[in-house]
Design a protein around this ligand. Sequence first.
Ligand code: FES
Ligand code: FES
Length: 206
Amino acid sequence: MRDLRDETIPQNGSGVNRRDFLRGSGAAVAVTALATSEQGAVAQDTKKSVRTAEPQDITLNVNGKDHKLKVENRVTLLDALRDDLNLTGCKDVCDTTNCGACTVLIDGKVTYACTRLAVECVGKKIVTVESLAANDPVIAGFVKHDAMQCGFCTPGFVMATKAYCDKNPGATLDQVRKGLGGNICRCGTYVGITACAMELVKKGGK
Ligand code: FES
Ligand code: FES
């Protein structure tokens, strides 16, 4: 009986018999498998490094005090403040830079904490709503003008109002509205917030 394994493959004209061809194919498959497994290993390593990025020790200066914490690079300032430092005044509402509920000040600038990584904020001065005393003029103004309902937007609005009014004494109603345009109140308390801000800018901010 013919051993098909030794038969020459007619169509390629190379004189390679089936046994050589199969051996060659086996080697090619092995090389491909090796390459695939190497790529797989690289992919796995990459995945591993993304998934298990070692937390780093960082220090954040919040409300004038240094706080040491351990965070992965991917952690936002908002999550670090809320989850690691238990400063839950800034709210996680949209998490997509649309609402302003997470507003804090970074080096005096109004900033959405959900847009910053905690590791980016090392060496900066972060100020949250918790820094304000109960008798702070902005908080007192919000109370006086009944500028809150559910309260989810309020801490962010308070920080935005404070920053705006401190920097813009004498601003007009239109300017105040534009200045606070980065924050949204789903309950529609804009009238009270604007009244509070107008009172503050008339008094000359701080
Ligand atoms: S939670 Fe950051 S902008 Fe809405
Ligand atoms: S008070 Fe409810 S979202 Fe502003």
